[in-house]
Ligand binder design. Structure first.
Ligand code: APR
Length: 268
């Protein structure tokens, strides 16, 4: 799929032109942007939910009944997650923010790779893996403290040092509400966006899969970059079915070329 088809080259040019003219472009990302950093996505080929049933491993009610299931999955994924590095897709988005081409990134990802790549305005609508809170006394542990606990206690299900209740990572599980600030800020940004670039998401999980509808409803346009079809493809201005790590750097390159041409014309 990495080979660029003629149609993709045209779409990349079109996407670059739309983004360079946009006044309020934002980016919505999903797990697909991090697969080229080695982190499996959820519903793509070999995704996490193929191996772990979300109802048992990713749901808040199941977690409260038996947290060890979640921690079993976490133990399998954590090393990849904690050691992952941003890929060219993340770095391209960070540069587009620096160039003021995009105003914000809304991400469903918990891996912090956008921040590691240098993006500053990131709204983590599904939380992140930075804090672990006690369900009993609300004590809060950071990643390093948790890893030390897991090493010391060898207990698959970390318990609070103070009240022995289970700890829960600050990620949003199915059945939980999204963090209010990130949720309402994302809706506001989507309403104001003239362009929403959606990269690496199957757009199958509410309420975030509805965000592009706010943009469309207010006359904005969406660009979908995903290696599989999504439910919104037919309403997208542009659909590019290819790898984010391949296409985003090419969009960035095209934008720089457009800006350089514009500058050389205005200076002559
Ligand atoms: N380039 C482009 N697309 C890719 C790439 C890639 N390198 N790798 C994977 N994809 C596509 C997959 O084909 C899939 O359509 O990215 C999409 C990822 O979709 P999901 O795995 O469903 O991830 P996401 O959309 O982020 O899921 C939303 O669901 O399980 C919950 O909380 C979890 O945040 C997650 C939410």
């Amino acid at each position: 799929m990495d080979k660029l088809k003629e149609i993709d080259k045209e779409s990349i040019k079109k996407a670059a032109n739309l983004l360079v003219k946009a006044k309020n472009a934002i980016v919505l990302t999903g797990a697909g942007i991090s697969t080229e950093s080695g982190i499996p996505d959820f519903r793509g080929e070999g995704g996490i939910w193929e191996k772990y049933e979300p109802e048992i491993y990713g749901d808040i009610q199941a977690f409260l009944k038996d947290p060890s299931k979640f921690w079993q999955m976490a133990e399998d994924i954590a090393p990849t997650l904690f050691n992952a590095k941003p890929n060219p897709g993340h770095y391209s988005i960070a540069e587009l923010e620096k160039m003021n081409i995009i105003k914000a990134v809304i991400t469903q990802n918990i891996d912090e790779l956008h921040q590691k790549a240098g993006t500053v305005i990131v709204y983590e609508v599904h939380g992140n893996i930075n804090r672990f809170t006690c369900l009993g006394c609300r004590a809060s542990y950071n990643k390093e403290q948790l890893l030390r606990k897991l090493k010391r206690e060898k207990n698959l299900q970390p318990l609070c040092d103070f009240c022995a209740a289970p700890l829960k990572p600050s990620v949003v599980l199915f059945g939980e509400n999204l963090p209010n600030f990130e949720k309402y800020m994302s809706i506001d940004l989507a309403k104001k966006a003239d362009i929403m670039l959606i990269a690496g998401s199957s757009l199958m999980v509410a309420p975030i899969c509805d965000l592009p509808l706010y943009t469309l409803r207010n006359g904005g346009k969406i660009i979908i970059l995903n290696d599989e079809p999504t439910y919104l493809d037919k309403r997208a201005e542009i659909v590019i079915n290819n790898k984010t790590g391949v296409v985003l750097p090419l969009i960035l390159k095209k934008i720089k070329k457009i800006q350089a041409n514009f500058e050389s014309k205005t200076h002559n």
